[in-house]
Design a binder for this molecule. Structure first.
Ligand code: 3SL
Length: 256
């Protein structure tokens, strides 16, 4: 039997230098809200999402045909941008056929940090089953990169990493303290995820901004089968192996 691929967790972007990624798949996780928003934008027909690190970089695309500027700092829409970072802003056809240029405090930064990996994809609860099916079909060493908050550990991305580990570990070799801890966190929280996530600093930040519905949306499982994958600096829909469909679970018990 061939060796299994390794599944690992990096609990903060600050720890990424400890994990060589050039031959790995990196799953960037920013459940609240960047990677959820990326999935929504592509699901809603955006041609691609260009993740950029700074506001200035984003501004360079201003006025370019078909481009939309979006992003936040500390949760608030950047002044002068078309959109912020709420998944709800990208629904109802507004991004169909458009190229979204997105900058966020942590999520797009994590993508840029991981860009030299073999492949970079974006993970969120809303694309959970599609993502995990895709990871299994790739069968490559995989690193789950939690975007955290300004290099600090956060609850929601770690819970998500734990969910991926719990539901895919029979297909991978999982053998690290970080993975063990993330899985335990997921198992402790999965029956009432909203209650658990309410303890997080980012929940408080978003609640203060009046966007608790965003949090609820971001915790809903399996709303799309889009797996955003980085190609030539932009995220687009990965090809999904349809033959694996149906073989897999949905995260029913996670529903808040
Ligand atoms: O940090 C990020 O990348 C954002 O997702 C943060 S926020 O939820 O938009 O505030």
């Amino acid at each position: 039997m061939p060796d299994k691929a390794i599944l690992e967790v990096c609990l903060s972007p600050a720890l990424l230098p400890l994990y060589p990624v050039d031959d790995k798949v990196v799953v960037v996780v920013d459940v609240l809200r960047a990677t959820t928003t990326m999935c929504v934008a592509l699901d809603q027909g955006a041609e691609k999402v260009i993740p950029v690190e700074t506001i200035e970089e984003c501004m360079r695309y201003r006025g370019k045909e078909n481009h939309i500027l979006a992003g936040e700092r500390n949760g608030r829409r950047v002044e002068g941008f078309d959109f912020g970072n709420s998944p709800f802003e990208f629904m109802n056809g507004v991004v169909k056929g458009k190229i979204l240029v997105l900058t966020t405090t942590n999520g797009t930064r994590a993508i840029k940090l991981a860009q030299d990996a073999h492949q970079v994809v974006a993970g969120a609860f809303i694309n959970f089953s599609a993502l995990t099916r895709w990871l299994i079909s790739e069968g490559r060493d995989t690193l789950l990169l939690c975007s955290g908050w300004r290099n600090k550990f956060n609850l929601e991305d770690t819970i998500f990493a734990g969910a991926v580990i719990h539901h895919t570990k029979e297909y991978f070799l999982v053998d690290s303290d970080a993975a063990f801890a993330a899985e335990k966190l997921y198992l402790n929280s999965r029956r009432n995820m909203m209650h658990f996530v309410k303890q997080s600093s980012h929940y408080r930040r978003l609640a203060h901004l009046g966007v608790v519905n965003d949090v609820k949306y971001c915790l809903r499982p399996d709303l799309t089968d889009v797996v955003p994958i980085l190609k030539d600096g932009a995220l687009m829909k990965a090809d999904i192996r349809r033959d694996l469909e149906g073989e897999f679970f949905v995260l029913g018990p996670l529903r808040p």
